[in-house]
Design a protein around this ligand. Structure first.
Ligand SMILES: [Zn+2]
Length: 287
């Protein structure tokens, strides 16, 4: 039962204040342990909801009509696109999360300077995308060895002095948090479990702003917006009314792409139902 370190440690901290929370955490501990032993993935939200409706209910909107939350996430930085993304976020005053690669920070003097800018920007939260990006994209090999995986994420965390435990697995859309348990590629399931058991919160994505062979955006900003509208409307996200968008810093090297990003963010801001948040505010993404 030691396997739920991430959430149980936090819950233990709260038990002095409330016996109810302690009992609740005991239940969750038991439930999660039993659930994980079945080896199933992906349906934890639904199962948990039927037993504990308060746990997975969409968070009440504190901002009037803004009932739906969009989380912008940028992977693989710092690199040549990162500064442009930062400029747009700062101009538009919207929060975003950057899943950075440890060794990219040390890749060049320019990337180190970009890293400094990331750390100083109030609209940015920085998360862990491993130190070597799965041994330089050798995904299958990387994910066969749980301790290699944990060490690579821990190395990134230690080296960059990250102040949170949110991680994204390179090349894998897996989720491990108190409210969502999902695995896209079964061969990497054990690695995702190990990360969660080691105290990391694993964050995947609901929609991706993809790129083509020339590293240009595949969807226009309008098409991307329509996708967001559609998955929310049709309840195709991991948590109802919450959508995590994945894209990559390096797609925003040129002005056309930067304009698309700005236009996209302005469309979100213009929608009275939408708000943009840090991934640390996602339901269940608690330390
Ligand atoms: Zn990546």
């Amino acid at each position: 039962m030691k396997s739920t370190t991430a959430s149980s440690d936090d819950d233990e901290g709260e038990q002095e204040q409330s016996p109810n929370i302690f009992l609740h955490s005991l239940f969750l501990l038991f439930f999660t342990g039993c659930y994980q032993s079945t080896g199933d993935t992906g349906s934890m939200v639904r199962q948990a909801a039927s037993v504990h409706p308060t746990k997975t209910k969409p968070v009440a909107a504190p901002h009037g009509k803004k009932k739906k939350t969009i989380y912008l996430t940028f992977d693989d930085g710092p690199n040549k696109g990162t500064r442009h993304v930062l400029q747009v976020l700062t101009e538009e005053q919207v929060p975003a999360g950057f899943f950075v690669i440890g060794e990219h920070v040390y890749g060049s003097r320019d990337q180190q300077a970009t890293w400094d800018s990331l750390q100083q920007n109030e609209w940015v939260e920085i998360y862990n995308h491993s130190y070597t990006h799965a041994l330089h994209n050798h995904f299958e090999k990387f994910y066969t060895n749980d301790s290699v995986v944990i060490n690579d994420f821990q190395r990134c965390s230690d080296s960059l002095h990250l102040n949170n435990k949110l991680v994204r697995m390179p090349g894998r859309n897996s989720w491990r948090m108190s409210t969502v348990n999902a695995t896209d590629i079964v061969k990497s399931k054990a690695a995702a479990d190990s990360l969660y058991n080691a105290g990391f919160i694993v964050v995947g994505w609901d929609v991706e702003w993809r790129f083509n062979d020339s590293m240009k955006l595949k969807q226009t900003s309008d098409e991307m917006m329509n996708e967001i509208d559609s998955v929310l409307l049709n309840n195709q996200t991991k948590t109802p009314d919450h959508v995590v968008l994945l894209t990559h810093d390096q797609l925003f090297k040129d002005s056309a792409e930067v304009s698309s990003l700005q236009k996209f963010i302005r469309r979100i801001k213009a929608n009275e139902e939408y708000r943009i948040e840090f991934v640390s505010k996602y339901p269940g993404a608690v330390q």
